[in-house]
Design a protein around this ligand. Structure first.
Ligand SMILES: Nc1ncnc2c1ncn2[C@@H]1O[C@H](COP(=O)(O)OP(=O)(O)O)[C@@H](O)[C@H]1O
Ligand SMILES: [Mg+2]
Length: 377
């Protein structure tokens, strides 16, 4: 570690021109079992812009010892109210966008400038089709003429890059140091999966989530969007809570499958969003029945209308049932989403998405009751 400290000797505080060593700011350097090196310094009095510069300097100083994505920069502060957190960076020298890490919760809800509606897609369990629903709903809205973005916030299983055939692509940063979303099927798109390697340990991801989400929302150049669809990680943990506490979310869509309808969990999820005043747009029943390719029959393998009943009991809208179709699964694996293939137009799933999207448009438009409505009604 001494060598590491030596390599860092030239890193300066851009605000004073003095080195961090001269200002006695170094706290710790340690390597972990994942081959990462964690550098901690005292941040007091250092502005966000300077913090970014220091981070870049640290990473380039260590460039011949550690690959840039193995360097994690943490800050601590004597003043508990000032922000602190860890940061990991991609390439400091290129135009690749960087991710900063921290937990990013401050409790002040912010709107994303230029984004009209933020819609989060949530579920209490994984594997119920949240990502499939997010992508196909987004595409349906786009087909209806809206400008749409997709934010893949599923840090544990970011499947969006595969669904949208974007695996291995690296987002660039704009001259203003914002993340530039990728473009997929006419939609803007960003995913945690674009910034990590598949083999990065999951344990490392949890603490990153809040800060990363904040960056995906507020340090990403979304431009003007009618809808930003956010594919959440499963469950209703701290991450979902910190999302709705930091970001003005216009509504949540809760996806469930009939067999995964753990009612207690679903209700817990609904309650959490309601408690933080995030409107529930409604519930979607995915894999509601099996719709084979070779007949119009519907096979209700897990019973009928389970999710609809829960929606009714909880007094939230039921948005619709999406059938289990072979093509729905195939198209996802092939990176050519179901709703981009007009061969599916005659399928029941196509109609489901179309109907659900229409309801979503209507319901979220109705949420805009704000000041104007009060003034004019
Ligand atoms: N309606 C459906 N018909 C057929 N397969 C589906 C359907 N919905 C989801 N799948 C498949 O189920 C699996 C899990 O879906 P996914 O969207 O990744 O779930 P989640 O995001 O909730 O973990 C994927 O293989 C997906 O292609
Ligand atoms: Mg998913």
């Amino acid at each position: 570690m001494e060598n590491t400290l030596k390599a860092l000797g030239g890193v300066k505080n851009p605000q004073t021109g003095k080195t961090l060593s001269e200002e006695a700011r170094w706290v710790n350097t340690e390597a972990n079992e994942n081959g990462q090196v964690i550098i901690t310094y005292k941040r007091d009095g250092i502005s966000p812009a300077s913090k970014r510069k220091i981070e870049d300097e640290i990473i380039s100083s260590l460039a011949d010892k550690y690959k840039e994505d193995k360097v994690l920069v943490k800050t601590v502060s004597a003043d508990a109210s000032s922000p602190s957190g860890a940061s990991s960076s991609e390439k400091p020298t290129s135009a690749h966008a960087n991710l900063k890490v921290g937990h990013g919760v401050n409790g002040n809800k912010k709107r994303i400038p230029g984004v009209n509606k933020v819609i989060a897609v949530s579920s209490c369990k994984g594997g119920v089709g949240k990502s499939t629903v997010s992508v196909n709903l987004a595409l349906t809205l786009k087909e209806k003429g809206y400008s749409v973005g997709i934010l893949d916030a599923d840090i544990y299983g970011p499947s969006m890059p595969i669904l949208l055939n974007m695996k291995g692509q690296k987002p660039q940063s704009t001259p203003e140091k914002k993340i530039k979303p990728l473009e997929a099927f006419g939609m803007s798109f960003i995913s945690f999966g674009l910034f990590i390697n598949d083999e990065d340990p999951v344990i490392w991801r949890g603490p990153m989530l809040g800060g990363v989400l904040n960056q995906f929302f507020f340090d990403t150049d979304w431009g003007k969007l009618d809808y930003l669809i956010v594919d959440l990680p499963p469950g209703t943990g701290d991450t979902q809570l910190s999302l709705v506490q930091n970001t003005e979310v216009d509504g949540v869509i809760v996806v469930s499958t009939p067999q995964n309808l753990a009612i207690a969990d679903t209700i817990k999820g609904l309650k959490m969003f309601q408690q933080v005043n995030t409107p529930i747009i409604g519930m979607v029943e995915n894999m509601a029945y099996f719709a084979p390719d070779d007949s119009d029959k519907k096979y209700f393998i897990f019973g009928e209308k389970g999710v609809e009943k829960v929606a009714k009991a909880q007094n939230v809208p039921f948005l619709g049932a999406i059938p289990l179709e072979i093509q729905m699964r195939k198209s996802s694996d092939e990176g050519a989403p179901y709703m981009t293939d007009s061969a599916n137009k005659s399928r029941p799933g196509w109609k489901s998405y179309s109907d659900i999207a229409e309801k979503v448009v209507k319901i979220t438009a109705g949420e805009k009751k704000g000041i104007l409505n009060k003034l004019f009604n």
